[in-house]
Design a protein around this ligand. Structure first.
Ligand code: NAD
Length: 504
């Protein structure tokens, strides 16, 4: 959060001025669990003033395909904090995911999901599990930039940025520092995606140097998620990119035994949104049996965020005490270990009754460690020298013969651009490919600059200018090649800004 927003929240807290919160009651079980949560917050003395906004099904069905109207946007940008119950996205075409719209429009860059086992009260194979997954929330494959490029080949663009990596990694270390966590694990797949995931890893290593008191490690996401599923007790804070984080945060919630109990925070520089991780559960809506715990936990994170950590601890400890006493909603009720099956509102009444109590066996809440004050410095862009050294030209070509294509393209001589290689689905097929390699109709043809002063037949990534690329494309088109896209090849401060082909 920005310094200005934080000081506004803290000034309100210190002067006992209620913090206005935009509250969305949501759909399905949303209004029931929101009602229960707000009653608990009020009874605990949270200094907040809820202002209700309409989001979700009703707005969608009124013809607004984004699920949110301009009045709600205004309220959100004035209040800067949203407590949101789950909403229902109507089935059918044309309705955009409201969560994605909110995340992206409001710049909610960090998704924070704490998962702690509540064993033995809620069964889990991993009674000591206490992990926080911090997922980058705006970038990666979720940019939604997809194209069908040839008859047979479809593409989704993965975008990873330096400001995005710096922000999320710094947030993870600051979170660990604020909440007394000991270790941050970075999960990437940079053995394959050396440029994009390589950047995430590099930024992690750079930023880790500023936090010598916090242990850091990096794991490849595949083995990392397997280890998380097998030994979650070995993890503390995990930071990762959007798609990996989406998957491992669900794995963590599932093995923690608490999908219905987890809250999550979506943190931005100015606005932050707090919600349960489960959906609107239309199958049990209106029955009064939904578990409000996910939203209660989200509200506790919200209180920490606005500096009301003492009230957050009070609510969390009362909730833990209620779980320990065995008052359980039907989703977690177990004969023998639970004391009484309760509905949504009775559960809330029990939590209210327990305000001021602390759990006996489960670890107590201690939010005051965090002081709700994580701040991320603005990104500083350092100037770098960028040089064009070639171009990857993608062609649609339906004759399955790399030699024929390669020999034809090798003959082209456009200024100082020469063919270096051809790949198909990333594997080099020319020159010296293997006849076993399966080829589609999508060919990446790498043309690079040749320095006439270097005595070598090999194209050698010498600088070229864009006019030469344009001339090459024009020539290819003139010869009847179907150019479907290009990617310029750059060096930045002399360092290669593109990956080599497999086998290059
Ligand atoms: P869901 O999480 O709503 O339900 C899955 C199962 O878990 C159901 O059996 C449900 O009864 C149960 N469940 C969920 N929350 C519970 C609770 N608090 N207490 C007791 N039981 C609970 O997932 P779904 O059925 O896939 O999705 C239903 C709707 O929710 C869809 O329209 C989906 O788009 C939406 N959804 C919204 C959000 C959100 O707003 N953040 C997130 C996920 C899904």
């Amino acid at each position: 959060m920005s310094t200005k927003v934080l000081s506004e929240h803290l000034a309100k807290r210190d002067n006992h001025i209620p913090v206005k919160i935009a509250v969305a009651k949501g759909d399905g079980i949303g209004p029931e669990i929101m009602g229960a949560t707000l009653r608990i917050l009020k009874a605990a003395g949270a200094n907040i003033e809820p202002e209700f906004i309409d989001l979700g099904e009703k707005v969608y069905l009124s013809g607004n395909t984004s699920g949110i109207d301009s009045e709600a946007w205004d309220m959100i940008s004035n209040n800067k904090v949203i407590l949101k119950a789950p909403i229902t996205t109507p089935q059918g075409k044309g309705y955009k995911s409201l969560n994605v719209t909110l995340r992206k429009s409001l710049g909610l860059f960090a998704n924070v999901r704490p998962v702690e086992a509540l064993s033995p009260y809620v069964p889990s194979h991993f009674p000591k599990m206490d992990v926080v997954i911090i997922r980058e929330n705006e970038e990666d494959l979720y940019a939604g930039i997809e194209h069908r490029q040839t008859q047979d080949v479809y593409q989704c663009l993965k975008l990873i940025t330096r400001p995005g990596c710096e922000r999320i990694v710094r947030y993870a270390f600051e979170y660990a520092k604020a909440y007394g966590r000991k270790k941050v694990t970075c999960m990437v797949k940079d053995n394959i995606m050396k440029v994009t995931d390589g950047l995430f890893h590099q930024v992690f290593d750079e930023i880790a140097l500023s936090y010598p008191e916090i242990e850091n490690e990096t794991q490849i996401i595949d083995i990392g998620s397997a280890r998380l599923a097998n030994n979650p007790e070995n993890y503390d804070v995990i930071v990762t990119a959007n798609l990996y984080g989406d998957i491992i945060s669900d794995i963590a919630a599932e093995i923690g035994g608490s999908v219905g109990m987890c809250g999550s925070a979506n943190i931005g520089k100015n606005v932050s949104m707090f919600e349960a991780i489960h959906g609107s559960a239309p199958d049990i809506a209106g029955k009064g049996i939904a578990n409000p715990s996910g939203l209660i936990n989200a509200a506790v994170s919200m209180l920490a965020h606005i500096g009301q950590t003492d009230i957050g601890d009070k609510v969390k400890n009362a909730w833990l005490a209620t779980i320990e006493q065995g008052y359980h909603t039907s989703d977690i009720y177990k004969q023998g270990s639970s004391l009484q099956k309760v509905g949504t509102q009775d559960f809330a009444d029990r939590v209210i009754w327990n305000l001021g109590q602390e759990p006996n066996r489960l670890p107590k809440s201690n939010l005051s460690l965090g002081k709700g004050s994580i701040q991320i410095p603005d990104y500083v862009r350092k100037p770098e020298q960028k040089e064009l050294v070639g171009v990857d030209v993608f062609l649609e070509w339906w004759r399955n013969d790399p030699m024929e294509l390669g020999d034809a393209l090798s003959k082209l001589d456009v200024y100082r651009l020469k063919l270096k290689m051809i790949t198909n689905r990333g594997v080099k097929v020319y020159p010296e490919g293997l006849k076993e390699t399966y080829c589609t109709d999508h060919w990446r043809c790498r043309f690079v600059g040749v320095d006439a002063n270097i005595v070598s037949e090999e194209p050698n990534y010498a600088p070229v200018d864009f006019e030469q690329v344009v001339a090459l494309l024009s020539k290819l088109s003139h010869l009847g090649f179907d150019v479907i896209k290009t990617e310029n090849l750059y060096e930045f401060d002399g360092k290669r800004g593109f990956s080599l082909g497999q086998g290059e």
